[in-house]
Write a protein that binds this ligand. Structure first.
Ligand SMILES: Cc1cc2nc3c(=O)[nH]c(=O)nc-3n(C[C@H](O)[C@H](O)[C@H](O)COP(=O)(O)OP(=O)(O)OC[C@H]3O[C@@H](n4cnc5c(N)ncnc54)[C@H](O)[C@@H]3O)c2cc1C
Length: 405
């Protein structure tokens, strides 16, 4: 008889795990997926494109209903898992019976952070995490509302762009002195700012939100330096927090995320965590690629193969049409590394390659991102670059051509 394997969360990591399991452990597990969103798993990354009107919401489903059926998966969506009884090996579900498991995988993702400032609970304060949020934001934009987006990272920029494109009047406020400071150095961030401003977005840096004004609804925000910005709505896009409550309440070790080992196993045997809710070697990833790599390793582990997850090298792409941004690896460099830089701000191009010990260790590209995947491959493979270092900046085809000559 198949072993009952229950997955909590019906997001991107869950869908990939089912896919990987069906390749390597077909029939070994009877899989049930419990997800609280009221729809089939969808590509969350594409919510930015849905907001920008570039993709239809119904087109972002990861798999059709038949795909889940064909794999014999019991799908419960619109269902919240409320507790884990580790000893009895049961998962409690709100308003429903508990279900037994032999193996349990937590893929509960993250929630958007809400700043704890006065006024944060007023009507008109929203986040940007799921498809219900996007429906709300599209309604605001259609009414040409004045919106302040708090946060100048990837999510904030994509929210601001989508809202502006859909008709809202958008101001983006960012705490730091540059945009996307976790992925870009100062020159790249300055170029990005000027490119995003051409999309009609007003960007305020060094802008620390002190309070949100309004009686019952948002009327504006005030920054700690006294600046005020009138607004009908505020969108928090200032970070995420892994959803760890289920694990923590069950007595499973958590830190920022649910702590897992190199088999993606939590401190409780037979209970695993992958994706944004997991913390591996002190790192919680906020991107989909690590979640997919973890899903692949976990499926193989559950199939009985000797594998382990060593961590991921992450890369970021901004999805703002006409503003191509790529960042990967150690983009700032250290005292022991060197950087090759091309800065042509007039033409909207910036390239920085960081080299340490004869290998490419980081890259930032703005404008021309055609070689992004090649640079990422060089970073991941740790291939020595001395043989083509001089030409590397000009891209893969020129480099390979000069190598061959
Ligand atoms: C707008 C946007 C744009 C993004 N763009 C990019 C990008 O360009 N590149 C990139 O790499 N990443 C991007 N991301 C991040 C990416 O979407 C996530 O890294 C990825 O979705 C993580 O997958 P996950 O399965 O861990 O979490 P999720 O996809 O969030 O899935 C978790 C699911 O678990 C459910 N859940 C939580 N608790 C419970 C419970 N108790 N019971 C039942 N269900 C529960 C949640 O509701 C959710 O449906 C973006 C995210 C957003 C919001």
């Amino acid at each position: 008889m198949s072993e009952p394997l229950v997955i909590v969360g019906n997001g991107m990591a869950a869908a990939r795990l089912v896919d990987e399991l069906s390749k390597v452990a077909l029939g070994r597990y009877a899989i049930a997926v419990i997800g609280d969103e009221p729809r089939l798993a969808y590509n969350r990354v594409l919510l930015s494109s849905v907001l920008a009107g570039e993709t239809a919401s119904q087109d972002i489903e990861l798999q059709p209903p038949s795909w889940w059926r064909d794999r014999g998966v019991t799908l419960k969506y619109g269902s919240i898992a409320t507790g884990i009884d580790v000893g009895r090996r049961e998962l409690k579900i709100a308003g429903d019976e508990s279900i037994p498991f032999s193996k349990l995988v937590l893929t509960t993702g993250s929630s958007a952070l809400r700043l704890s400032v006065p006024g944060a609970d007023l009507a008109g304060v929203h986040t940007f995490r799921d498809s219900r949020d996007v429906d709300l934001l599209l309604t605001l934009a259609a009414q040409k509302k004045r919106v302040v987006v708090v946060g100048g990272g990837l999510l904030g920029l994509e929210a601001a762009y989508g809202l502006a494109k859909a008709g809202a009047v958008v101001t983006l406020v960012h705490l730091m002195d540059r945009l996307m400071e976790r992925q870009l150095d100062a020159p790249a961030a300055a170029l990005l700012k000027s490119l995003v401003e051409t999309k009609g977005i007003d960007i305020r840096l060094d802008a620390n939100t002190a309070r949100i004004h309004g009686d019952t609804r948002v009327e504006g925000i005030e920054l700690t330096d006294g600046r005020r910005i009138g607004a009908d709505a505020v969108i928090f896009a200032a970070g995420i927090r892994p959803n760890i409550a289920l694990a923590r309440d069950a007595g499973i070790a958590v830190n920022r995320g649910v702590v897992v080992d190199d088999h993606l196993q939590t401190a409780a045997p037979g209970i695993y965590a992958i994706g944004e809710c997991a913390e591996h070697r002190g790192v919680c990833y906020g991107l989909v690629e690590p979640a997919y790599e973890q899903a692949q390793v976990l499926a193989q582990h559950l199939a009985g193969r000797a594998v382990s997850y060593e961590g991921s090298i992450v890369a970021t792409n901004l999805k703002v049409s006409g503003v191509s941004v790529f960042s990967a690896g150690d983009f700032m460099g250290t005292a022991d590394s060197e950087a090759i830089v091309l800065n042509d701000s007039k033409h909207g191009t910036y390239k920085k390659l960081v080299i340490a010990a004869g290998r490419l260790t980081g890259a930032v590209l703005i404008g021309d991102v055609g070689d992004a995947l090649w640079y990422l491959e060089l970073i991941r493979s740790r291939q020595p670059v001395a043989g083509f270092r001089a030409d590397m900046m000009f891209g893969r085809s020129l480099t390979l051509h000069s190598e061959a000559a």
